[in-house]
Design a protein. Structure first.
Length: 155
């Protein structure tokens, strides 16, 4: 029996690695056993990875649950771009022009196929610790994806 997932949001991530990183390396890391330095997950963390040259790689189909953001996986589509750290290892928006174009097109395609829904960054899913209805930088669990998703890609 094939059950169609209800998708409520698109979540954008960065790989927190070099922009030259390949989707195949991300997939291998997610699926490798923890004892061998991987995450030990049964499925990759993302549905799509956008590499530095703008190539979009499918890691798992949208009909499958990916492990992108704990507590938000069953009803989300996860998109990751390679990069997200500067030469010193600090969080930074390192997206190439090709990545920006491809990500924008991919999000537009998903919204066209699935209808309007929020597009958020992983950091936007952090808990609202002061209960003011907004997730602010001091509340972020992580800085991923290192740019303002709602301002650039949001609905």
């Amino acid at each position: 029996m094939n059950v169609k997932r209800t998708i409520r949001r698109i979540v954008i991530h960065c790989s927190a690695g070099p922009a030259s990183q390949k989707a195949s390396a991300i997939r291998a890391y997610h699926l490798a056993p923890a004892a061998k330095g991987g995450r030990g997950w049964k499925s990759p963390g993302y549905h799509y990875v956008v590499e530095a040259d703008g190539r979009v790689v499918v890691l798992t189909g949208e009909e499958h649950i990916a492990n992108g953001a704990k507590g938000f996986n069953s009803d989300s589509i996860h998109i990751c771009y390679t990069g997200g750290i500067d030469a010193s290892g600090r969080p930074a928006d390192t997206r190439t022009s090709a990545q920006k174009r491809s990500m924008k097109q991919l999000v537009a395609d998903i919204l066209y196929r699935r209808g309007p829904m929020p597009v958020v960054g992983h950091r936007d899913l952090s808990p609202d610790r002061n209960h003011d209805g907004r997730i602010t930088p001091d509340e972020w669990i992580k800085q991923c994806p290192c740019f303002d998703v709602k301002g650039e890609l949001g609905q």
